[in-house]
Ligand binder design. Structure first.
Ligand SMILES: Cc1cc2nc3c(=O)[nH]c(=O)nc-3n(C[C@H](O)[C@H](O)[C@H](O)COP(=O)(O)OP(=O)(O)OC[C@H]3O[C@@H](n4cnc5c(N)ncnc54)[C@H](O)[C@@H]3O)c2cc1C
Length: 429
């Protein structure tokens, strides 16, 4: 099947006219880390792929900026690591919490056997622009920005593509259709594709929410990312080079009460844990500057249907514990490309449907690593973080945890899981 667009002024999608129909082999919905990496990997294998992203650009606030060692190793396998590291970034070599019992370091990447023993902190915008620029080197890749998917195209129970809405700069909007042998829903935690396909995720409700806001950066601020736990509060700050992204963790559902107490309470509470930032808290003037992230964790029992596959947060929303969501979305993309490139190439040549067993294989390989990590995250949230949030005493890590982390064979296990996930993934050539 060849990438191509034909005018379709006579086709209709409900009451709306479809302006053009494009044909491709794989239509990826969502240009986040999962969708962008999958589209790039398929394009470099010669598969015709169209990536649809709802936003007009990759610049947005609510994204993690972490690139874990496993992703750097994948980039290295693709010969992209050196160039990626030329982009502005910082490195986190360990995660140390300031606690009542002194500094506590549950994660230390420096002992791991990898070329990249650190988390690379890079604005996600830079990473996504980098990957899509690489994909554009392949003529069989198409990127449509500002393309918001509204409907699935379904025929006889098989998903044959999507219809998307495109808003132009003059404010007018038009409807387009992409027809594909495979549609991949990589459209994140609130996935419309997942909903339209009728998948119902199983929810686990971890006990926290996170408030996010920006704070200004001073010229002599030290670089890096910091976290502090104490007296029922958790505060973090992420280095965004030209500003700080501040996070303040609160018990689930506590937001209305905090809001009623006034913005001054948030300013004071954050400064208690980050005293060196006390003088710049005055920049936080209004609740309009604060966004609430409802922490959730869920997974779909089934990730595929004839003609459709879900990956990344669309298939499984990861808790922020350990910051593994990006890692997992990219690992899904790599496994999907490994499993599906060959069958898609055959289907592309012979114009025949993709066998369902290949889609099932992607879920089979990725489901258990996801389930295990979600169990571990829930354990940490329930036993450590919610206990810290419920206590008015300074935080002390559980004694058993401190003891286990002194045992040589066990001490690197948390670092290895955060760095690589449960099951390492490699690009198959
Ligand atoms: C505040 C916050 C902080 C986080 N911090 C971290 C962190 O530090 N480390 C980490 O690993 N993870 C972090 N995460 C989680 C991480 O962002 C996700 O797990 C990861 O981005 C999932 O990647 P994805 O490609 O599956 O989906 P997303 O990154 O969510 O990408 C989905 C894309 O689909 C697009 N889209 C949505 N609907 C449509 C539509 N209808 N049509 C077309 N396009 C559509 C969206 O615009 C988006 O670009 C954080 C999440 C949040 C909210």
């Amino acid at each position: 099947m060849v990438n191509g667009t034909t005018p379709a002024s006579r086709q209709s999608a409900g009451s709306n006219e479809v302006q053009a129909v494009e044909r491709t082999t794989c239509c990826v919905v969502g240009g986040g880390p999962g969708g962008a990496v999958l589209a790039f990997l398929l394009a470099r294998k010669g598969i015709h792929v169209t990536l649809l992203e709802a936003h007009p650009d990759f610049d947005r606030e609510f994204r993690g900026d972490t690139i874990h060692p496993s992703v750097m190793e994948l980039m290295d396998e693709l010969d992209l690591a050196d160039r990626l590291l030329e982009l502005r970034h910082t490195e986190i070599h360990n995660l140390t919490l300031q606690t009542a019992a002194g500094p506590f370091t549950p994660i230390d990447f420096s002992r791991l056997n990898t070329k990249f023993p650190y988390i690379t902190m890079m604005p996600q915008t830079s990473f996504l622009e980098f990957i899509t620029e690489e994909a554009k080197r392949h003529p069989n890749f198409r990127l449509k920005m500002g393309a918001r998917v509204r409907e699935l195209v379904e025929e006889d129970g098989v998903i044959r593509g999507v219809r998307y809405d495109r808003r132009d700069q003059d404010g007018s909007h038009s409807i387009h259709e992409v027809r594909a042998l495979l549609t991949v829903g990589a459209d994140g935690r609130g996935s419309r594709v997942r909903r339209l396909a009728g998948f119902e995720p199983i929810k686990t409700s971890p006990p926290m929410d996170v408030l996010w806001f920006r704070l200004p950066r001073e010229p002599d601020d030290a670089e890096g990312t910091f976290g502090r736990i104490g007296r029922g509060q958790i505060a973090i700050r992420l280095d965004r080079f030209d500003h700080w992204q501040a996070g303040y963790v609160i018990p689930k559902g506590a937001y209305p009460e905090l809001r009623a107490a006034g913005i001054e309470t948030l300013r004071r509470s954050y400064a208690e844990l980050m005293p060196d930032f006390a003088d710049r808290m005055e920049h936080l003037k209004d609740w309009k500057q604060v966004s609430l992230l409802s922490v959730e964790s869920s997974r779909c029992p089934k990730w595929y249907r004839p003609g459709l596959l879900l990956i990344g947060d669309a298939a499984h929303v990861m808790s922020p514990v350990g910051g593994v969501g990006i890692n997992y979305a990219i690992q899904d993309a790599v496994v999907a490309a490994n499993v599906l490139s060959g069958p898609l190439e055959t289907s592309q040549k012979q114009l025949k449907d993709l066998d369902l067993s290949h889609l099932a294989e992607v879920q089979r390989r990725r489901e258990w690593p996801t389930r295990i990590i979600q169990r571990l995250q829930a354990l940490i949230q329930n036993r450590v973080l919610s206990a810290a949030l419920a206590s008015d005493r300074p935080f002390t890590p559980p004694a058993l945890l401190r003891l286990l982390l002194r045992v040589p064979v066990l001490r690197d296990l948390p670092s290895r899981i955060v760095a690589f996930g449960i099951w390492p993934v490699h690009v198959r050539e």
